[in-house]
Write a protein that binds this ligand. Structure first.
Ligand code: GAL
Length: 353
């Protein structure tokens, strides 16, 4: 295993960024300190050679100019908060609104646009990166200082582990996610509609026209949201106009909690994605209660790394998260973090080639 470092161009007002490439066995994962972003993930191909399975750009400035969140570590709050408003302990807060009337993925300059302090290390047979970020009280409207550590670890068996830990200086809200767009055939090999997906989720969150959950936890049974038995992603996609929904992950003992101040909930194996052409499979497990299945509906045909064009459905995101708009929904698992608590969650991606 090894860790390579090189420049990734300037961003963030002239600051230099870096690209770190973790190598473990036949796998490699490239991350930038700009956004703690997964820029590339290479896996072997059955017939020899390798493919890069995530959409990305080749320099930090392109990430800075994009609102697609390709591969980003997203915070403080993944997905939307209605009208950017919520109250906590009787106080009202206004967040930046950057998606129509709503707050999305941390606001105008979320964690995906910040340069994280990054340290690479080797551990057992694995190569790892520890990303650290400090977010001051008031940033994008959020209360309380916040310190976040995101650790990504790649082992030679094809397991990519992500672990989050965060602490705050005053009560706040938090829901961190990883926003990679996967295409198990290769990022430049067409779309994901033929991929097969299994999701262990019996319920999902219907949304309004601005993509805010209505509050209902609706059963998936028999409808287009039913992925409990593997099916082609494209099979029922037209019926929903493209997936962009949070699924409630089935878990023994009910929903996972906020992750604040508790031992991290156990990982639940909730997804398997398979590309029939390459035969590659990815399994995902998480401690979080939900996953946003997003089928790249807003990808507009822009130019990515290596001259690839990313059209609608070029990649698919499985964003493990607390539920969107949770701060305004007392009946959802709560997103509150208080001083003295540690917010702990983990997600594991396993690859089979
Ligand atoms: C997803 C979100 C989509 C869209 C996308 C970024 O996580 O669910 O609605 O905002 O990010 O383009």
């Amino acid at each position: 295993m090894s860790i390579e470092r090189k420049g990734f161009g300037s961003a963030g007002g002239g600051e230099e960024t870096r690209l770190f490439t973790l190598k473990a066995g036949p796998f490699s994962a490239g991350f930038s300190d700009f956004g703690a972003t997964l820029v590339a993930f290479e896996a072997p191909a059955a017939g020899g050679g390798r493919d890069d399975l995530v959409l990305g750009f080749s320099r930090a400035a392109d990430y800075e100019g994009s609102d697609a969140y390709l591969g980003a570590t997203v915070g403080r709050f993944a997905n939307r908060i209605a009208r950017g408003a919520f109250s906590l302990d009787g106080k009202d807060f206004r967040l930046a609104t950057n998606n129509g009337p709503n707050h999305l993925h941390g606001g105008k300059r979320g964690f995906d646009k910040r340069i994280w302090k990054t340290e690479g290390y080797e551990e057992g047979g694995a190569a790892a990166l520890r990303f650290e970020l400090f977010s001051p009280d008031g940033e994008e409207g959020y209360p309380g200082d916040l310190s976040v550590v995101a650790t990504y670890r790649l082992d030679p068996a094809g397991i990519l582990d992500l672990a989050f830990e965060a602490e705050c200086g005053a009560p706040t809200i938090l829901s961190l996610t990883q926003h990679a767009y996967w295409n198990l055939r290769g990022h430049d090999r067409g779309g994901i509609l033929d991929h097969e997906l299994r999701l262990a989720a019996s319920r999902y969150l219907p949304v309004d026209e601005t993509l805010i959950p209505t509050g209902e936890l609706a059963p998936v049974a028999g409808g287009p949201f039913d992925f409990r038995t593997a099916k082609r992603v494209g099979r029922d996609l037209a019926a929903v106009g493209g997936y962009d929904h949070c699924f409630v992950l089935d878990r023994e003992g009910g929903l996972a909690g906020s992750g604040a101040g508790e031992a991290a909930p156990a990982l639940v194996d909730f997804a398997e994605l398979r590309d029939p052409e390459s035969g590659r499979r990815m399994r995902v497990a998480t401690s979080l209660p939900g996953v946003q299945l997003y089928t790249g509906n807003f990808l507009s045909g822009f130019l990515g790394k290596g001259g690839a064009r990313y059209h609608k459905h070029a990649g698919l995101c499985l964003e493990t998260e607390l539920f969107p708009d949770a701060p305004n929904r007392p009946d959802f698992p709560q997103a509150t973090l208080r001083p003295g608590q540690v917010w702990r969650h983990a997600t594991r991606y396993s690859f089979f080639v």
